[in-house]
Design a protein around this ligand. Sequence first.
Ligand SMILES: *Cc1c(COP(=O)(O)O)cnc(C)c1O
Length: 376
Amino acid sequence: MEPIRMVDLHGQYLNIKSEIDNEIFKVIDSTQFINGDAVKEFKKNLESYLGVKHVIPCANGTDALQIAMMALDLKSGDEIITSDFTFISTIEAIALLGLKPVLIDVDPDSFLIDPEAIKKAITPKTKVIIPVHLFGQSANMEEIISIAKNYKLHIIEDTAQSIGADYYFKDGHKQKVGTIGDIGCTSFFPSKNLGCFGDGGAIFTNDDVYATRIGSLVNHGMRVKYYHDHVGVNSRLDTLQAAVLKVKLQYLDLYNQKRIDAANYYDNGFKGNKNIKIPFRVPFSNHTFHQYTLVTNLNRDKLIEMLEEKGIPAMVYYPVPLHLQKAYHNGYKKGDFPISESLSKSVISLPMHTELSKEQQDHIIESIINIVDLLK
Ligand SMILES: *Cc1c(COP(=O)(O)O)cnc(C)c1O
């Protein structure tokens, strides 16, 4: 059996090596390292894949969030509501722009932002809601859209972990996550469902005015060379990264399906075990399993240690809720968000990627069931 990894980027690369190498060498040969043809082609291909009017590639997912906020005329002190249980990027960008992050608790089953909690957190200063489509499935966008309409708020979707997932509307139509709110943001960090060979990101919108503004913001706030209309940033997707992404985008549906199959296989293996809770699926989205995350009340450190002895890596996403991060206390204290705090102590993510074999999964499942039996 091959050694088990959290993410197997090397195995994934070997399956498409000739295509990738070919595209990379084309870029090197052209020496168009900035805004080369591959960037334009990838942008077009992603627009058609997502069914969105504009994709603006940028340097990483954190920049994507920051630039999306810069595109919405916000002023210092404006409040942005987002989830307490996620990666740091979202509130980092909010804080850097002098805006105020307002954190809220999540749903205990899906780990996603709770629309009822959004309503309670709204003040006259609230301007934006940032739902994070955590671990591979969408937040409840129909409820969030209705709240945003009522209170005239913008929606920026953080779809760094859920690219390619579909949102199912009550009227029967479906739409790719990240294309539903005013602006969507994603990351092409290597381990994401669509990852490049370094840093990368993109911003999506159906709004022409935002698209023009964002296109200028990512490139020093200019539209005509050396004429700067806005205070911008330097955040472009490298041509080499776009070349990799152009190839991998063709496989995104297959990659997501492989993750879904692996998740279902895990589910089946853990079925009926009372000491571990398998991932909950929301009814309004499919789950593209960026992470396969269990919840357990057993001794998690011990569990991880015993898995390690069996050659099985496991990770905790995330061990500290945002409101307890040193840099972001902002007057919050322990006990403010009990669900998020409890999840940070009880979640454990298993190896999840496109190259997992049944043999590896059988070993993982069997080991966990045995260890759980010992620990309970
Ligand atoms: C990865 C990630 C980001 C940031 O992406 P980078 O490309 O690493 O800057 C933002 N939000 C979420 C939820 C993420 O998982």
